[in-house]
Design a protein around this ligand. Structure first.
Ligand code: MG
Length: 307
């Protein structure tokens, strides 16, 4: 289980990457048996990680205390991305129910958003919670394009936007010029919001990049320039470390981008990676959702708490 896995390893592209990893640390395959792994999220209090196996309509749970994996929720409404809010509650994107939900401390489920101006959302994909309690999520059409990861349907909204739900529950469009908005994350100081566009999946000339937006105090966005182009597949989900680097999914593993968007190194994974998150008591363990499997590797960087 903890031996070296073929096809894994660190690739240094710029010397600064050498300070980010531990030379003898190895990528571990913690579990395999999923159809499409996505949405890893770390729960510090319980020392466990949840992640989605979208086509199998389940949320899986990795327990760091003993290494076991079990089913957390099935059916899951084909959940995709997850995050944890400042109160430690699970926030989830559900393809099948076309909504964003929160799982309360008593286990009940609260709907955060399922429509905009009376029209159903497409299929929320990924979500983050800002420290002011606002909830931001992307709404591409992947869950309604076919029955594999949700249920085929026509988009009621007719476009794929990024939305913001304020602490009072009001939903607004945060940005409306994406083709297929996907992963998103705030910079460690929350002054910037980074959003991936994976439009190339259904249009060979479409975007495959991360864009950067400035976030004002009232929650409006400005800017939106391209921050980094993906050189292997697409950037799907990603997370920041405390020093402002982005650790992002890509077709050949995890790409590390420095604060100006330069690709400085990779963690190679032998499967297409869809998302990552930091975990472990010190947030120095990167969990990697790679198609059929859950991987992890200890790094010499720390993730941003609690996201
Ligand atoms: Mg995604």
């Amino acid at each position: 289980m903890y031996g070296e896995i073929e096809g894994t390893g660190f690739e240094v592209i710029a010397p600064e990457f050498e300070a980010c990893f531990i030379g003898h640390a190895r990528v571990e395959r913690l579990w395999t048996g999923a159809r499409w792994s996505e949405g890893p999220v770390w729960f510090a209090a319980g020392r466990y990680l949840l992640w989605s196996d979208i086509p199998n309509n389940r949320i899986l749970r990795f327990d760091e205390t003993d290494g076991s994996v079990s089913t957390y929720r099935q059916p899951s409404n084909n959940t995709n991305g997850h995050t944890v809010d400042r109160q430690g509650r699970l926030v989830s994107c559900e393809h099948l129910a076309r909504r964003v939900t929160r799982t309360e401390h008593d286990g009940s489920i609260t709907v955060i958003a399922d429509s905009f101006e009376g029209k159903r959302l497409n299929s929320p994909n990924d979500v983050v919670v800002k420290s002011d309690g606002s909830i931001w999520f992307t709404d591409p059409s992947y869950g309604i394009l076919m029955d594999y990861e949700g249920e085929r349907a026509t988009s009621e909204i007719g476009a794929c936007h990024v939305y913001r739900v304020d602490p009072a529950g009001e939903i607004t469009i945060a940005v409306d010029d994406y083709v297929k908005p996907n992963g998103l994350a705030f910079s460690p100081d929350e002054t910037e919001l980074y959003i991936a566009d994976t439009g190339v999946t259904h249009d060979p000339g479409g975007p495959k990049h991360i864009r950067r937006h400035s976030v004002s105090a009232d929650g409006t966005l400005s800017g939106g320039e391209v921050f980094a182009e993906c050189t292997a597949g697409v950037f799907d989900g990603f997370r920041f470390d405390r020093d402002g680097r982005i650790w992002t999914s890509a077709a050949d593993g995890v790409h590390c981008l420095n604060t100006d968007g330069t690709l400085i190194g990779k963690v190679h994974i032998p499967e297409l990676v869809a998302n990552v998150c930091f975990g472990g008591p010190k947030l120095n363990r990167l969990f990697i959702a790679g198609t059929t499997s859950l991987y992890s590797v200890f790094l010499d960087v720390n993730g941003v708490s609690p996201l």
